[in-house]
Write a protein that binds this ligand. Structure first.
Ligand SMILES: Nc1ncnc2c1ncn2[C@@H]1O[C@H](COP(=O)(O)OP(=O)(O)O)[C@@H](O)[C@H]1O
Ligand SMILES: [Mg+2]
Length: 247
């Protein structure tokens, strides 16, 4: 069996931010955000979650995590601009934070979207295998590209097929559209109760029993590799924190 871990001695100290976006609710933004946060935290990275969702789902996940004895994830509520303090102070991460995962709600305001995009080093867009979601995502990507252009943000974007049940040709039109924009499909994550079990305890699938979650972990590999290869500002060794180790 193959297990995956982030290599201690090559982990970077540079702060990197990964933004989860999609105008549609229920596509998996919070699930992927919390699983990424768990992945980095359990590997020893100082990790923070910036939650733009007024419903505070990632925040809630983090509060569950506080009681489960896992490496901590710092939580920041970014959903409202607080009065009496500067926005920069409100969103400040602890010193030496290495990974910031940014979760966003469906229908995020333009104002907050611009702010989130400005803070991001890369963007991941999860899409569920529903024709309506796929169609909406193409429109969303078009708008996002315009926002990025007007803000002169040239950052990597990747798509994840989430909650898949089998190989689904349903994504083909979206894939074709994205190919023209040079946006890759990063991974296909199956519909699995393990994500629901993990979120109920404030953990991620990489903190669950490795055998039990072998399928989900293998599906995450191309996603983790893409994130790793596309993190900017890191040295070549910092850019290689992931290693597949056979046992
Ligand atoms: N791969 C998956 N397998 C099973 N359930 C999933 C998966 N991804 C998301 N879910 C579930 O789908 C629902 C919506 O996902 P969520 O991450 O909250 O979406 P979003 O944040 O985009 O609104 C949640 O109940 C979540 O537990
Ligand atoms: Mg959410």
């Amino acid at each position: 069996m193959t297990i995956y871990r982030i290599d201690e001695h090559v982990k970077g100290k540079v702060m990197q931010s990964i933004l989860l976006l999609n105008a549609k609710g229920g596509s998996g933004k919070t699930t992927i955000a919390t699983n990424l946060a768990s992945l980095y935290a359990q590997a020893g990275f100082k990790t923070a979650v910036l939650d733009y969702d007024p419903q505070g789902s990632s925040h809630y996940w983090g509060s569950l995590r506080e009681n489960c004895g896992r490496p901590p994830v710092h939580l920041i509520d970014a959903s409202h601009k607080r009065t009496g303090i500067t926005r920069a102070f409100q969103l400040k991460t602890p010193p030496d934070t290495e990974r910031v995962i940014i979760d966003t709600p469906a229908g995020i305001s333009r104002d907050l979207l611009r702010e989130a995009v400005d803070r991001a080093d890369m963007i991941i867009i999860p899409v569920t295998p529903s024709p309506i979601d796929i169609h909406a995502t193409a429109g969303f990507v078009r708008e996002l590209m315009l926002t990025l252009k007007t803000r002169a943000r040239n950052i990597p974007i990747g798509i994840i097929a989430n909650r898949t049940r089998q190989k689904m040709p349903i994504y083909q039109p979206l894939e074709k559209f994205l190919n023209g924009l040079n946006i890759p499909f990063l991974a296909s994550l199956s519909d699995s109760d393990h994500y629901i079990d993990a979120s109920a305890c404030g953990i991620g699938i990489h903190e669950m029993d490795a055998k039990l979650t072998a399928q989900e972990r293998s599906e995450w590999m191309p996603l983790i590799q893409w994130v790793d290869e596309n993190l900017p500002h890191a040295t070549s060794t910092e850019n290689l924190p992931l290693r597949a180790a056979a046992n």
